[in-house]
Design a protein around this ligand. Sequence first.
Ligand SMILES: O=C(CO)COP(=O)(O)O
Length: 140
Amino acid sequence: MASRLRLALIAHDEKKDDLVAFARGHVGFLEICDIVATGTTGARVLDACPGLRLKCLKSGPLGGDQQIGALIAEGKVDALIFFVDPLTPMPHDVDVKALMRLAIVYDIPMALNRATAEIILRDHENGASRASAREDDVHG
Ligand SMILES: O=C(CO)COP(=O)(O)O
């Protein structure tokens, strides 16, 4: 059986509605993921999709981005979906940059907008169905 995708979800304030819509649209897939999220993002997603296995960390400006960066460094995150607002200055911009840097260092898929997030989920869904087709082959 395919392993659960360990997913990190983050959205800046102007992008939270988009991420919630994305989560609603993929709730069936997200239900088979282990999810971590920054505080406010996680609360919004859980509000919209209450059944998810989602752990809320600290809010981004209070260290949540750094917590997710640490999880990436420990090999505990398979993919990062981070809906970034490119039009608003952030007080914790250095944390955001550090998080993205670690996602690059550890070479995990990192989606910074919805179009790329769709590709990551589609790829994993296809991988999961390939794995289950292989199991069917093996087990008849
Ligand atoms: O600021 C963020 C990412 O940099 C997101 O944090 P919240 O989900 O707590 O709003």
